[in-house]
Design a protein. Structure first.
Length: 147
């Protein structure tokens, strides 16, 4: 598996409000750049997605993959690849939420991602792609929640 990339942003909202946006996977194309479509295929007992199918435009390539989700209340969500795409052969990611400075209405959100692809990529191109994905995920989430 590729090295994990990680980034954190502070959002002026409580964890449940932010996690509600994160859990609405079908709405990702509205606020997460590069996400073309998301279909929830199976939900868990909490009503959140357990499995889904994601189609994205990742800069130099586009792909559709199947993902499985594990939710930890409003504290975290983890996902992993369960159906390889044409290009993507491995994927693990997460959002982790923590109260910032003890304030209930300010949250630090950390996004982590590791992606493996079939085509060889030089480090600079991989890092640029990872930065684009993490920036889109965090900045788009912040704009959507605070807007």
């Amino acid at each position: 598996m590729a090295d994990r990339t990680s980034s954190t942003i502070t959002i002026e909202a409580a964890k449940p409000e932010i996690m509600a946006v994160i859990a609405d996977l079908a709405a990702y194309p509205d606020w997460a750049g590069g996400i073309r479509e998301f279909t929830v295929q199976e939900t868990g007992p909490d009503g959140r997605a357990a499995r889904g199918r994601l189609t994205f435009d990742g800069g130099p390539f586009s792909d559709t993959v199947g993902l499985a989700y594990t939710w930890d209340g409003d504290d975290a969500v983890h996902w992993e690849l369960v159906e390889k795409g044409t290009v993507v052969t491995g994927l693990h990611g997460s959002y982790t939420l923590a109260a910032a400075g003890g304030a209930a209405d300010v949250t630090e959100v950390t996004y982590e991602l590791a992606v493996d692809v079939r085509v060889p990529m030089i480090g600079m191109v991989r890092r640029k792609g990872e930065k684009r994905i993490t920036d889109s995920a965090l900045k788009g989430l912040k704009r959507h929640v605070e807007g």
